[in-house]
Design a protein around this ligand. Structure first.
Ligand code: TTP
Ligand code: MG
Length: 413
């Protein structure tokens, strides 16, 4: 089977309604409409029990209630949905560093090259579904193919709780019998036009040919023709959800000595490196941020020739960046972040050409911490300056401790 690209589209089933049914057991198995309890609003979504009545997103509440009088009206709780969404997106992040969130409940994942880690598409599709179910108690439908377009059509194909894998070489054949409304961009206006031309299915467009479609529909005709043949060159874009992994430390006392700044950077680097390794990511770039005592945020970043995932390497880059600030502080925040994240296993250089002793040490520490928890390991040099980090809600030193991050073992240094 030939999979030049592996694109996953994952979309929660009846998202808002499913969250309400999960949180309120008495709503389970019942037709629900999520929306304002007023006859003037529109329905945001309907539970699957309500859908056979022909109700759904965007329908005026009055119309929906007429069609499905026994439906229970439930007011939306956006914060709740947002927090579930974060949980779900975080799970996606464990399957790929390339996640393009399209809305609260749906995303594309580029899983090209992930086979070595997760097996065949059908296997990792099932794994995504099962993690979402275990961790959120909710169901999700997954479509997998070689393009975004086909993956998206596939995820809707067998909803709810669907898993549809369409190998790229069968994609055009798979699309052919589907109605033209499944083409992106064919809506209420275009569908009747296509029907007037005798084009009912996606396969009909392919048969009609590009020239014919161009002649009758203009440039958009050529676009539909490409989609109908499952051609869709768009890459998964991380966009707003750009995955960078970082750690900022807001300090109780401003610092200006290079040694003190470096001390904080090192702790950020250690924290970041552990999280990178846990997710099996490597970073293609490093950014250092410093906030001056008058609240100006300064930032320097650079890319690295070989992706990295150790505190040792992060810190080396961080040190270089630090030299380029041209500002002597004092600083109230010291932070580091990594970006351009990719899978560790796709980068062959790693471990091969570089001295991997620092990495082996860090991995050993990871294992100690995961086996013995907080208190297992601390670097000697960290014992000398505890407690310099103020409340920033994220990165307190004592959180290090409670998180099971480094604690003490002078020998490890
Ligand atoms: P969708 O994924 O479109 O719908 P859904 O998850 O409810 O159902 P499906 O199983 O068909 O995927 O949208 C996700 C959530 O976004 C949905 O639960 C409610 C909200 N939403 C709106 O607020 N307005 C809208 O117009 C649509 C379509 C959705
Ligand atoms: Mg959905």
């Amino acid at each position: 089977m030939n999979w030049p690209q592996v694109i996953v589209h994952a979309d929660m089933d009846a998202f808002y309604a499913a969250v309400e049914q999960r949180d309120h057991p008495h709503l389970r198995g019942k037709p629900l409409l999520i929306g304002p309890n007023s006859y003037r609003g529109v329905v945001l979504t309907a539970s699957y029990e309500a859908r056979p009545f022909g109700v759904g997103s965007g329908m005026p509440v009055a119309e929906a209630r007429r069609r499905c009088p026994e439906a229970i009206m439930v007011a939306p709780r956006f914060q709740r949905y947002q927090s579930v969404s974060r949980q779900v997106m975080d799970i996606f992040g464990d399957f790929s560093p390339q996640v393009e969130a399209l809305s609260l409940d749906e995303a594309f994942l580029d899983m090209t090259g992930a086979g070595a880690l997760f097996g065949e598409p059908a296997e990792f599709g099932a794994a995504i579904k099962s993690r979402v179910r275990t961790e959120t108690g909710l169901e999700i439908s997954v479509g997998i193919s070689g393009t975004k377009y086909v993956a998206k059509v596939a995820s809707a194909h067998d909803k709810p709780n669907g898993l549809t894998v369409v190998p790229p070489d069968c994609a055009a054949k798979w699309l052919a019998p589907l109605p033209v409304t499944r083409l992106w961009g064919v809506g209420k206006k275009t569908a009747p036009r296509l029907r007037d031309l005798g084009l009912e299915t996606i396969g009909d467009l392919v048969e009609a040919g590009e020239g014919y479609l161009r002649q009758h529909l203009g440039a958009v005709g050529a676009h539909f023709y490409s989609l109908a043949l499952a051609r869709d060159p768009r890459a998964v874009e991380r966009g707003r959800g750009a995955r960078s992994l970082g750690s900022d430390r807001t300090l109780e006392r401003d610092v200006s000595s290079p040694a003190a700044i470096l001390g904080h950077l090192r702790r950020s680097a250690e924290r970041i490196a552990r999280r990178l390794r846990k997710k099996r990511y490597v970073a293609g770039g490093v950014r250092v941020r410093l906030k001056t005592s008058d609240f100006r945020m300064l930032s320097r970043q650079c890319r690295v020739p070989v992706p990295i995932d150790t505190a040792d390497d992060l810190l080396k880059v961080g040190k270089q960046l630090l030299k380029s600030f041209g500002n002597d502080g004092p600083y109230r925040l010291v932070g580091m972040a990594t970006f351009d994240l990719s899978w560790r296993d796709q980068t062959t250089q790693l471990d091969l050409f570089v001295d991997d002793r620092p990495r082996r040490l860090e991995v050993t520490i990871d294992q100690l911490v995961s086996r013995f928890g907080a208190g297992a390991v601390v670097r000697a040099r960290d014992l000398s300056h505890p407690g310099t980090v103020a409340r920033d809600g994220v990165n307190l030193d004592f959180l290090d401790y409670r998180d099971g991050e480094y604690v003490a073992h002078p020998v490890m240094n």
